[in-house]
Every structure is written in structure tokens, then in C-alpha cells.
Design a protein around this ligand. Structure first.
Ligand SMILES: NC(=O)c1ccc[n+]([C@@H]2O[C@H](COP(=O)([O-])OP(=O)(O)OC[C@H]3O[C@@H](n4cnc5c(N)ncnc54)[C@H](O)[C@@H]3O)[C@@H](O)[C@H]2O)c1
Length: 340
């Protein structure tokens, strides 16, 4: 059974990926400092997979602690690196925290991987690297643009670091997955997104409003150049996204690709924010109290993925619908409420 280190494995996308790794026959080992997650994610994972999953509670920017983990976990076949801060607004206020954590953890990880001869890395990147694209849908050839937040810049810098490492001729090869908008939760409702404080993403805000934790949800702007005037995104089910990581690690382990490869991971369908809200209402039967507000600074008007490369090269295809994603997010919210 191949052992894969999953940094940030207690987080939203990480926890779903750990489940998919176990289901695909891998042995995932989590590293997380729980700065943006809770121990209950581990219990949820274990309840789904029906066996214990090891977790090292350490900070990935701590090189000595990371070395210690690599020593205690001999025979790692590869690493999936999720650990990072991700709040765009906070990154504007505290840029150094973001550079330290997101860039620092990758540098430490690559150093320690080199020392222990672990050669395969999947990295969590983002469609934020495309900025406001001139042409849609975006392909992997769409130019990477100046980031409009320190968070976005950390993803751009991390991709550059991976490229430089590949160009240096080391034996480390990596795949950067550029996620579009992951939503939803595991169908068991045992793991899902756990936003600390006020959510900045649409779907947790929707579910928290629907359950009565928040009074109303504001849709930021209805005067964009889109069919209903609201922004367009490419929402994909988090379980579908998790599966892309399994396929990426498999590609790395069979040495099928280049030293560094980039893939868009989305559905390829652009959906407006208003359509997403309506899909939630349809999927759950719950009416949402929403209003239209002014545009929000920094929002990209429309972005969705061209998924030709990920389909042709990785053989990847999303399978779950927007309604399924919304229903699963709602079931997760209800289960959170019931566990209070
Ligand atoms: N959720 C999205 O919409 C989205 C979109 C694009 C890219 N991403 C990227 O995907 C990755 C995972 O995102 P997520 O939504 O699951 O976020 P998350 O916050 O739920 O998960 C990140 C996990 O990493 C942990 N962590 C953070 N810094 C750490 C450190 N220094 N050492 C150890 N653990 C640390 C947190 O405690 C958390 O459990 C991130 O790199 C994020 O930037 C997310």
C-alpha cells in the first residue's frame, strides 16, 4: 500500500482527498496544525473509511518538525500539499502571514522531500493565477496574470518555485492542480467545509443563511456582462476535486508526465451566482433570503475552465451535478447544527 503524506489533510479539500486516497487503496498520513480545521474532521474521515488514519499535529513551516515526520513515516511515495491560508481579504491585511505560511511551507516541504528522497508532489493551486482573463474558457495556456491579492500571489509564486525546482534538474516532479470553485461536502455528511467566522465563500454563506445563522445573503452585483448580471464561476463538487488528486498522484507515480505539469480542475461549465442560489433552492426545497448588493472589490466578473487537458491527459471528468453539490452542502450544514 503506497503511503502518501497529505499536508492540510484535516481541512476542507484535504479531508475529502484523504477519504478518496483510502478508497483507491493508498495509505494517507495527515500533517496539519489545525489552524483552520478541527479534530472532528479526523473522526469524520475515520467514520467514513472505517479505520484509523494517522495525523501529525505540526506546522509545515517548521523544518525540524517536518524532518521528524519524514523520519517517523519511512517509505513515503509522495506528498499532496494542501496546507496554506486561503482568505483573500485577510491576506490583504496580513500579507506577511500569507507569504510565510504559504510560500514558506512549500520551500520547507521541498527541502525535506529532497533530503528524504521523496520525489512526487501534488500542489493545490488556484484559478486565481489567471486574474481577470481576456478569453473564456481559460486553458492552461491562458497567461498567468499579476495577482490581485497577496493570497493569489502566493499561488503564483509557489507555481514559479515548482517550475524552478523542475528546471534545476532535481528528481522531484510535481503537478499543480488549478482548482476552480470547490463546493459541497461528502455525501455521508460526516466531513465538509468548516469556515471559522464569517464565510467568504458563497456556499457556506448560503447554507448558514438557510439554517438561520445569518439573516440574509447578499449577491455582490447584478450589472456584470453575464446573462443575469451576476458573476460567473465554475463550481465543482469537492468529492470530484478530491478524485483529481488521486489521479494526479497516480500519474506522478507512474512517471507518465513532465517534471512539472499544470491542470485546470473544474467542470467546464460557467454558472452565475444567481443560478447557484436557485440550484440550492431547487435541490433542498429551502427558500433563501437574498438581496442584490453593490459589486465587491476584487471580484473577477467571469471565469470557468477549459477542461480539455485534464480530461485528455489525466482521463478526468467530474460526475456530480450542481444540485448534488448543493444538497450535500445543506446535509452537512444540518448535521453540524444537530451535533451542537
Ligand atoms: N477552497 C477553495 O475554494 C480553494 C480554491 C483554490 C485553491 N485552494 C487551495 O487548496 C488548499 C486547501 O484549501 P481548503 O479549502 O481545504 O482550506 P482549509 O483551510 O480547509 O485547509 C487547509 C488546511 O491546512 C492547515 N494548515 C494551514 N497552514 C498550515 C501549516 N503551516 N502547517 C500545517 N497545517 C496547516 C489548516 O489547519 C487546514 O486544515 C489551500 O492550499 C488553498 O489555498 C482552495
Amino acid at each position: 500500500m503506497k503511503k502518501i503524506l497529505v499536508t492540510g489533510g484535516a481541512g476542507y479539500i484535504g479531508s475529502h482527498t484523504v477519504v478518496e486516497l483510502v478508497e483507491a487503496g493508498y495509505e494517507p498520513v495527515i500533517v496539519d496544525n489545525f489552524s483552520n480545521s478541527e479534530e472532528r474532521a479526523l473522526a469524520g474521515i475515520e467514520a467514513i473509511v472505517g479505520k484509523p488514519v494517522r495525523c501529525h499535529r505540526i506546522d509545515c513551516t517548521d523544518a525540524a518538525a517536518m524532518r521528524d515526520v519524514f523520519q517517523k513515516e519511512p517509505g513515503l511515495a509522495g506528498v499532496i500539499h494542501f496546507a496554506a491560508y486561503k482568505a483573500v481579504g485577510e491576506s490583504v491585511e496580513k500579507p506577511l502571514n500569507y507569504y510565510h505560511n504559504n510560500v514558506g511551507s512549500l520551500v520547507v516541504l521541498l527541502q525535506v522531500m529532497g533530503e528524504f528522497n521523496v520525489q512526487k508532489l501534488v500542489f493545490s493551486s488556484s484559478c486565481t493565477v489567471y486574474g481577470i482573463p481576456d478569453k473564456l474558457p481559460v486553458t492552461e495556456q491562458t497567461p498567468v496574470q499579476k495577482a490581485n491579492s497577496p493570497y493569489g500571489n502566493t499561488k503564483k509564486i509557489c507555481e514559479e518555485i515548482l517550475t524552478d525546482v523542475a528546471d534545476s534538474g532535481t528528481s522531484i516532479s510535481s503537478i499543480a492542480l488549478r482548482y476552480f470553485n470547490p463546493i459541497g461536502a461528502h455525501p455521508s455528511a460526516k466531513i465538509g467545509e468548516l469556515p471559522l467566522g464569517i464565510p467568504s465563500n458563497l456556499v457556506p454563506f448560503i447554507t448558514q443563511t438557510a439554517i438561520g445563522m445569518r439573516e440574509q445573503i447578499t449577491i455582490f452585483g447584478d450589472d456584470y456582462d453575464t446573462p443575469d448580471g451576476t458573476c460567473i464561476r465554475d463550481y465543482l463538487h469537492v468529492v470530484d476535486l478530491a478524485k483529481a488528486h488521486v489521479m494526479a498522484i497516480e500519474r506522478l507515480l507512474t512517471n507518465a508526465g513532465e517534471a512539472i505539469e499544470f491542470f485546470n480542475v473544474g467542470t467546464g461549465n460557467g454558472v452565475t451566482v444567481l443560478e447557484a442560489v436557485q440550484a440550492f433552492e431547487r435541490a433542498t426545497g429551502v427558500k433563501l433570503n437574498y438581496k442584490i448588493g453593490p459589486r465587491r472589490a476584487g471580484d473577477v466578473p467571469k471565469i470557468f475552465a477549459d477542461v480539455t487537458k485534464v480530461q485528455q491527459v489525466l482521463g478526468y471528468k467530474t460526475t456530480k451535478t450542481l444540485e448534488e453539490a448543493m444538497k450535500s452542502a445543506w446535509d452537512w450544514q444540518v448535521s453540524l447544527q444537530e451535533s451542537k
